[in-house]
Design a protein. Structure first.
Length: 104
C-alpha cells in the first residue's frame, strides 16, 4: 500500500481485505459441462461452482490443464478447458476429493 495524502481531517484509509476463504475440497460442488456458444463451433469443457480465492482457482485450472494435456483458462469463477474432457475431468476432480457432477 502506498502513501496517501489528504487535506480532509476526517479522512480514513479503507482497507479492503475481502479474502475469500476456500472451503475444503469435499464441500465444493463442481459441475462439469460442455459449452459451444460464441466459440466458432469449438467445444470447451466448463467447470463451474468453485468457491474460493482466485489463486486456488488458478491452481486447480493448472492441474486440470496439465493432466489433460490441453490449454485453458480460469476466469470469472469458472475454468475453461479446450476440448470435450467432461468424463476425464469429473474423474480427476473426484479423485482430488471434490464433489464433481457431469453436466450437459
Amino acid at each position: 500500500m502506498g502513501i496517501v495524502y489528504s487535506t480532509n481531517p476526517d479522512f480514513a484509509i479503507e482497507r479492503n481485505e475481502d479474502a475469500v476463504a476456500t472451503p475444503p475440497a469435499k464441500k465444493q460442488k463442481l459441475i462439469v459441462g460442455i459449452d459451444r456458444r460464441q466459440r466458432a463451433g469449438k467445444q470447451v469443457t466448463l467447470i463451474s461452482g468453485f468457491v474460493g480465492s482466485a489463486q486456488e482457482l488458478e491452481n486447480l485450472a493448472k492441474m486440470l490443464k496439465t493432466k489433460c494435456g490441453v490449454g485453458g483458462t480460469a476466469k470469472d469463477g469458472m475454468i475453461l478447458i479446450q476440448g470435450d474432457f467432461r468424463d476425464r475431468i469429473a474423474a480427476l476432480l473426484t479423485a482430488e476429493g471434490y464433489q464433481a457432477k457431469r453436466g450437459n
